[in-house]
Design a protein around this ligand. Structure first.
Ligand code: SF4
Length: 365
């Protein structure tokens, strides 16, 4: 690391005022006031890319269903994905289950109290390892995420690009020199809380209420909201898809995605690449040997992933099925191929264990 990067984050006297403020202002979140590494891990993984308020019900449901590492390791895949349904980024929960298997096999079902060992677990990076190690075990290591980088950039009036790994390393080095040896978990959480509640993203920071305003260089220089400096990401790739919503008796036809790529192994609504006009759509229905009953609705929907946008043209229709041999609700018995639908497709009723990603749920209007 060159000298200018290393000098961008000089140590500051914020520890005591920050801890005192946190003591009186910490929000009573469900994953606070615990040193259970499993609970901290679940909350930290869920909080990646998802707001605190949105995470709360998911966290409560997940912890009730899978309260420990053993329960997570033994959970059947459909149930696991269903518990994660709506949070997105399903690779996160798959990685958690892989990590749970390793913890059972190699660590007697407990988390190792060692940052390097935590970092070797699937899905655990420097931030999550720092959060678990400091909050659960009191190990004095930092937990640097975008939130913390914003606070530090403003505190130090640093114009370094926070998207650069070297900036993150410099910030972590600074915190290593400041972190209290006997209160690392509270210190890290206090910085996160300051970023979430006072030194706000996408809004003017509430400097008048800030416990560390007296040392803040950004505040002193009068323009903290211009920081941090963050280089723009590459524009997202746009993909066009045609999605089919086939319904019958309030059930919707779903099928499994391939075991590779985006949303691998998840349930999906039938879809094909590109936007089909009505004529091509009718040909596709013929190819699947599906007959619509009544009006075919057509509308658009959109879903944004980190690097990709799906622009979807949706055709929604009630479909007819051969009635011979079907039970009174008009649907084939669970587990049997549905008559009139292609091999491998299933009917999903509300409450079934088909975890349908949000990217497809937005098509169900
Ligand atoms: Fe952020 Fe303002 Fe506090 Fe500085 S004084 S850390 S800019 S809230």
């Amino acid at each position: 690391m060159n000298a200018s990067v290393a000098n961008a984050f000089p140590p500051l006297s914020i520890t005591q005022p920050l801890l005192a403020w946190y003591d009186g202002h910490a929000r009573p979140l469900p994953w606070r006031n615990t040193r259970d590494a499993y609970a901290i891990w679940v909350s930290e993984i869920m909080l990646q890319q998802t707001r605190v308020e949105a995470v709360k019900p998911y966290y409560a449901r997940f912890m009730t269903a899978l309260p420990n590492i053993t329960a997570l390791a033994q959970c059947e895949e459909n149930t696991l994905l269903k518990l994660w349904e709506g949070l997105g980024y399903y690779s996160r929960v798959r990685n958690m289950q892989r990590a749970a298997h390793i913890l059972l096999a190699e660590y007697n079902g407990a988390f190792p109290q060692d940052v390097d060992a935590l970092l070797r677990l699937p899905g655990i990076g420097a931030y999550t390892a720092g959060a678990i190690a400091s909050i659960a075990f009191g190990i004095p290591v930092p937990a640097v995420d975008g939130n913390v980088l914003r606070v530090l950039s403003r505190l130090c009036c640093s114009t370094l690009d926070i998207m650069q790994p070297s900036t993150r390393r410099a910030a972590a080095d600074m915190l290593m020199r400041m972190i209290p040896q006997n209160n690392a978990g509270a210190f890290n959480q206090a910085l996160m809380e300051l970023g979430a509640c006072v030194c706000l993203p996408n809004a003017a920071p509430l400097c008048a209420s800030c416990p560390v305003a007296h040392v803040c260089q950004g505040y002193a220089q009068g323009a903290p909201s211009l920081l941090p400096v963050k280089s723009k990401k590459a524009p997202r790739r746009i993909e066009l898809h045609t999605v089919f919503v086939f319904t019958r008796q309030k059930a919707v036809a779903v099928r499994k995605r391939r075991d590779t790529g985006l949303l691998r192994g998840m349930w999906e609504l039938p879809n094909i690449p590109g936007h089909l006009n009505k004529e091509s759509m009718a040909q596709q229905l013929d190819a699947w040997r599906i007959q619509p009953v009544g009006v075919v609705a057509c509308y658009s929907a959109k879903h944004i992933f980190t690097h990709i946008e799906w622009h979807m043209l949706v055709y929604a229709m009630e479909v007819g099925l051969p009635s011979a041999g079907l039970p009174p609700d008009g649907l084939p018995p669970a587990g049997l191929p549905p008559a009139g639908l292609p091999e491998g497709w299933e009917w999903s009723r509300e409450g079934d264990m088909h975890a349908l990603p949000t990217a497809f749920r937005v098509c169900l209007v």
